[in-house]
Ligand binder design. Structure first.
Ligand code: PMP
Length: 388
C-alpha cells in the first residue's frame, strides 16, 4: 500500500509510540484515584506527558493543558463552554473544518452568537485587513478562531499576525492546530494563542482517540461535561479550572502516554528535518501534477505557505470514483470528497465537483509513494480517454 492520507491520520507511527501504548496499557493504572504503585507511576507519567506537550508548544504552565478525545472534542469544549452572551461575535475563516465551524454554528443558533467569515481566494488567501476591519467595526466580537492550516488545500494562515491583531483589540484567539502540530512551529506565546486544540493521531504521531486543549490564564470557560475528576471528590460541584474541569471520568492514560511518545519523537526528529523531507516530496508531487494537463490542482502552490496537503481533480471525473480506483487498482490510500470542510470547497470552486481527491504526505512517505500516485493518475486518464 502507498499511504498518502496523513492529513487524516498519520501512518505508520514511530516504534516508540506502539511500545508505549502497549506497555502503559499493561502496567499502569489510571492516576488520581488508586492507591497502587502503578497508579502513582501513572500520575507521574501523566505529569511528564503534559510537560512534553508544553515544551513542544511553548506553553507556560503544563497544568493549563487538558487531555481530550481529539481536536474535535477540544474545539467543542473551547467554543461551546465559552460564556457567550446573545449578540457576542466570533470571527472564523472560510477554510474551517466542521470540527470548528459546526460548534460555532451551534452557538450561533442556540445562544444568538454572530459569526463572521473571512474569505479565501488564491490571490489573497487570508486578508489581515479584513480581520482588522471586522475587529474595528464590531466591538461585540469576543473571539477570533482559525485553523492553522487548511486540511483541504494545505494553505497556512498567518496565525501570529491574526493573534497579534486579536490581542491588540482585546479579543481571545483560538487556534485549531489539527493540520500544523508536528508540521509547523506552534508557539502559543509568540503567536498570541489563548486556546490551542491539538489532535493526537495526525502529525504528533500518536494513536486515535486522544488530543489536548491548552487554555491560557486569560480564558475562563464553563464546564462542558460534569462528573468525577478524582480530585475534590467530597464536593458536590465540579471544578471548572483545567485540567480537572475538562478531564472528567477515567482518563485514557495509554493513549495520552503514546501521544507524548509521538510528541517526543517529533521533538527529537526536529521540525526542520520533518519539514524538509515533506516539502521535497510536496515539490515533486506538485511538479508531477502540473505536467498533466487534465489535472487541476486547487489552492495556491506556494510551498512556503503550504503544508504537504494537495487537492486536485481529473478532467470530467468524479473524485470519489478516482479515489476508489486509486486504492482498488493501484493500492494508493488517500481521501476523496469534501474532507469535512465544505466552505473550503466553496472557496476554491470544487463544491459542485463533489469535492476533490486529496493526497497528503507525512514523514514516512517515500518518493516511491508519490511516483506511484503520479503513474496511477496517468493510467486512469489514459483508460478514460481510450475508446471502449
Ligand atoms: N480540524 C482540522 C483542520 C482537521 O483536519 C481535523 C481532522 N480531520 C480536525 C479538526 C479533527 O481532529 P480530530 O480527528 O482529532 O478530532
Amino acid at each position: 500500500m502507498h499511504y498518502l492520507d496523513n492529513a487524516a491520520t498519520s501512518w505508520p507511527k514511530p516504534e516508540t509510540v506502539y511500545q508505549t501504548m502497549d506497555q502503559s496499557f499493561r502496567s499502569l493504572f489510571s492516576p488520581k484515584r488508586g492507591t497502587a504503585k502503578a497508579s502513582r507511576m501513572g500520575a507521574s507519567q501523566l505529569q511528564q506527558a503534559r510537560q512534553t506537550l508544553s515544551e513542544l508548544f511553548n506553553i507556560p504552565a503544563p497544568e493549563r493543558i487538558s487531555f481530550t478525545s481529539g481536536a474535535t472534542h477540544a474545539l467543542n469544549v473551547a467554543i461551546q463552554s465559552y460564556p457567550w452572551q446573545a449578540g457576542d461575535g466570533v470571527i472564523i475563516s472560510a477554510v474551517e473544518h466542521h470540527a470548528l465551524s459546526r460548534p460555532v454554528r451551534k452557538v450561533a443558533r442556540e445562544k444568538g452568537v454572530q459569526f463572521f467569515i473571512v474569505p479565501y481566494t488564491d490571490a489573497v488567501p487570508f486578508d489581515l485587513e479584513v480581520y482588522e476591519t471586522l475587529l474595528k467595526t464590531h466591538p461585540q466580537i469576543k473571539l477570533v478562531a482559525t485553523t492553522h492550516a487548511s486540511n483541504v488545500i494545505g494553505s497556512i494562515l498567518p496565525v501570529a499576525e491574526i493573534g497579534k491583531l486579536a490581542h491588540q483589540y482585546g479579543k481571545l484567539y483560538l487556534v485549531d492546530a489539527a493540520q500544523s502540530a508536528g508540521v509547523l512551529p506552534v508557539d502559543v506565546q509568540a503567536q498570541c494563542i489563548d486556546m490551542l486544540a491539538l489532535p493526537g493521531h495526525k502529525s504528533l504521531y500518536g494513536p486515535p482517540g486522544i488530543g489536548a486543549l491548552y487554555i491560557s490564564e486569560r480564558v475562563q470557560l464553563n464546564t462542558f461535561m460534569e462528573g468525577g475528576t478524582g480530585n475534590d471528590s467530597g464536593k458536590h460541584e465540579m471544578p471548572s479550572h483545567p485540567p480537572d474541569g475538562i478531564e472528567v471520568g477515567t482518563i485514557a492514560l495509554p493513549q495520552i502516554l503514546a501521544l507524548a511518545a509521538g510528541a517526543r519523537w517529533v521533538h527529537e526528529t526536529g521540525l526542520r528535518q520533518i519539514h524538509s523531507h515533506e516539502t521535497a516530496l510536496l515539490d515533486s508531487l506538485l511538479a508531477g501534477l502540473g505536467q498533466i494537463p487534465e489535472i487541476t490542482v486547487y489552492g495556491h502552490t506556494d510551498t512556503a505557505h503550504k503544508t504537504p496537503v494537495v487537492s486536485f481533480n481529473l478532467l470530467g471525473q468524479d473524485p470519489k470514483v478516482v479515489g476508489e480506483k486509486l486504492f482498488e487498482t493501484y493500492g494508493i490510500a488517500l481521501r476523496a470528497g469534501f474532507h469535512c470542510a465544505p466552505m473550503a470547497h466553496e472557496a476554491i470552486g470544487s463544491i459542485h465537483r463533489g469535492g476533490t481527491v486529496r493526497a497528503s504526505i507525512g514523514y514516512y512517505t517515500q518518493p516511491e509513494d508519490v511516483d506511484a500516485l503520479l503513474s496511477a493518475l496517468k493510467k486512469i486518464l489514459t483508460e478514460s480517454l481510450s475508446p471502449i
